[in-house]
Design a protein around this ligand. Structure first.
Ligand code: MLT
Length: 260
């Protein structure tokens, strides 16, 4: 499905009935990574999974900042008639969700921060992103396809999950990858904002997440006033894909608590 925004077309997937849960994907994936949640939460939420610029069916447009992506999300949700909703993001999606909260916090009923962090990049991490952006623009996504699945997934990930994730990375548009890397490099630090987030939050992390490890999630949870932290067993960075049953159970319980 698609909507027309001032910045161009945005595609999304939508399924289910109930209060709205908008989901923002990780880098360099698309709304497809949320299929286990679209299918597994459809009885408790209207799940809207949005393709950010250059990913899934949404055309490449940029350069942009993560705030621009948050504005796109606001426009999509306006177009679909969702004034208030729960917003969830995994990794890069979490960075965009935090940007959304900064800009449009009044629209949120709750926030799900999965395998993500509030901290900005270190100078070295920023430099690495610019290097990856240039490399991918020059040579395509082969270097990511070769290395990312091992970094993202827990050692116990099945060959089916590994193959799916590898195929998703292979499909990523190099220009979109480069633009996303540059936008993430320039994101501000959100740590100081966390103690002011009085809305209900759910922090989720794969127990074997090597990129945004459980200690990072604990740091965020310690600063959030109204939060619950759920560790997902047998999962790395893509906890919603690696262990959908545990991930969905955590979100289901969170939505239930908000509704009470
Ligand atoms: C992601 O999974 O979205 C990325 O690993 C985020 C990042 O590169 O910081």
């Amino acid at each position: 499905m698609q909507v027309q925004l001032s910045s161009g077309t945005v595609t999304y997937r939508e399924r289910g009935v109930g209060p709205t849960l908008a989901l923002l994907h990780a880098f360099p994936f698309s709304s497809e990574m949320w299929e286990p949640q679209l299918a597994g939460l459809e009885d408790v939420a209207r799940v809207v999974a949005i393709d950010m610029r250059g990913f899934g069916g949404t055309p490449v447009a940029g350069p942009y900042t993560l705030e621009d992506l948050a504005r796109d999300v606001a426009e999509v949700m306006d177009a679909l008639g969702h004034e208030r909703f729960v917003l969830g993001g995994l990794s890069m999606g979490g960075y965009v969700a935090l940007a959304f909260e900064r800009l449009f916090g009044h629209r949120l009923q709750g926030l799900v921060l999965a395998d993500t962090k509030a901290a900005a990049d270190t100078p070295a991490a920023r430099e690495h992103r610019y290097h990856v952006a240039a490399e991918v623009e020059a040579e395509g996504v082969a270097s990511l396809t070769a290395t990312m699945p091992n970094t993202l997934l827990a050692p116990v990930a099945s060959s089916d999950v590994r193959e799916r994730v590898r195929a998703w990375i292979e499909r990523a548009n190099p220009r979109a990858v480069a633009l996303a890397q540059r936008a993430m490099a320039e994101r501000p630090d959100s740590t100081e904002r966390l103690p002011r987030l009085t809305l209900p939050t759910l922090v989720v992390v794969g127990e074997a997440d090597a990129l945004t490890p459980p200690e990072e999630a604990e740091r965020m949870a310690a600063l959030l006033p109204d939060t619950r932290l759920v560790r997902i067993p047998h999962a790395g960075h893509l906890s919603n894909v690696e262990n959908p049953a545990a991930f969905n159970a955590a979100v289901r319980a969170f939505l239930g608590a908000i509704a009470r």
